[in-house]
Design a protein around this ligand. Sequence first.
Ligand code: NAD
Ligand code: MG
Length: 374
Amino acid sequence: ISAVLRGLQFWENRAVYVEPSGGSHYPIFIGHKLIPHFSTLLNGLRLMPKDSFLVVTDTTIAKAQSRSLGMLKHEAGDCPAFKFRAGEIFKNLNSLNQLFTFMLRRRYSRKSCLLQLSGGVVGDMAGFAAATYQRGIDFIQIPTTLLSMVDSSVGGKVAVNHPEGKNMIGAFYQPKAVVCDLDTLSTLPDTEYLAGLAEVIKYGVIYDAEFFKYLEENVQKILARDSEAMKHIVRRSCEIKAEVVGIDEKEMGLRAILNYGHTFGHAIENLHHYEFSHGIGVSLGMRVAGRLACMLGMISKEEENRQTALLDAYGFPKTVDGVNVNAAWDSMGVDKKVEKNKRVYILPTKIGEVKKVANVEEALVKEAWKAILP
Ligand code: NAD
Ligand code: MG
């Protein structure tokens, strides 16, 4: 027993805590072999609910991570698993309704708890299910993509897509815990890993010059998925997101800095009818934002080049086809999250700091887009 307690204390001391401005704080655990010790972890933190668990995942993860899925179900008292069809196109109310039917037929009560063994798509969708099933039940995120570990699992935004727009139906609803078992990343395709790295680099640019330097100095280790390097980048990214969300849970101010590179990235995704990697879009968007900031005299050419060089080092594409500056400008204007008639840009003032800028001349923005045109 004492070994178990010591183990728990170890994990508790090492967890990153998220304390949203709205209250209710929760831990993020980061490490290896966490799923095999899932029940110990949650028991010790009194997170075991009184009633039943349901694991929620998708068909691809269920195959690729069948061992993790088996262990998790076992750790949660041999509970069932619900599998969504994998893919962003199934992130909708229809899929959600299938989950609700499954839960209602099996008499899941208000005291049950969802365990998302998944990337951001299922994480967001099942999180919204947790927010609304019988007016709200507990859920725990067990992210299996780098992106979901460093971004979507933290901060409490949960949603599904609507034909009129991405993530348009959703809520702010915080999990009881986030469990990042790095072992699950062993089967993650390289393209998905790279997509997550775009968000990791984003944290360096917007918040932490030291972290940016770490990313410059450890390219090979990070690309090789070295254990210590992965632990560090996931931990530091979670800390930064937790800090930002802690100050501004509902995106009234500071949280907007997390959209760095996204305004431009979304336009690229949009022009490619969302058949384009979000992470790659963000990486390209950061290049445009860097250029615009440089043109506005907010950062030096050297600083812009430092960001560009880092993105190059990780193998992000330098240019993108199928984007014309006029279409991109129009697309940015119709982003459904944009406040009416107000175009705001998150731009760096140096490596490790960004600020909101409004009223940038159309001609300048269009010129900045040229940073990524072939
Ligand atoms: P995803 O969940 O679709 O996962 C990517 C692909 O990898 C899927 O095909 C999945 O089946 C597969 N996969 C996942 N884990 C695997 C593993 N360990 N081994 C093998 N294959 C695996 O995509 P994502 O990038 O994790 O998440 C993207 C979603 O996250 C988007 O819907 C986006 O809107 C959302 N998001 C939400 C927030 C937020 O704050 N809530 C933030 C960023 C992104
Ligand atoms: Mg993003």
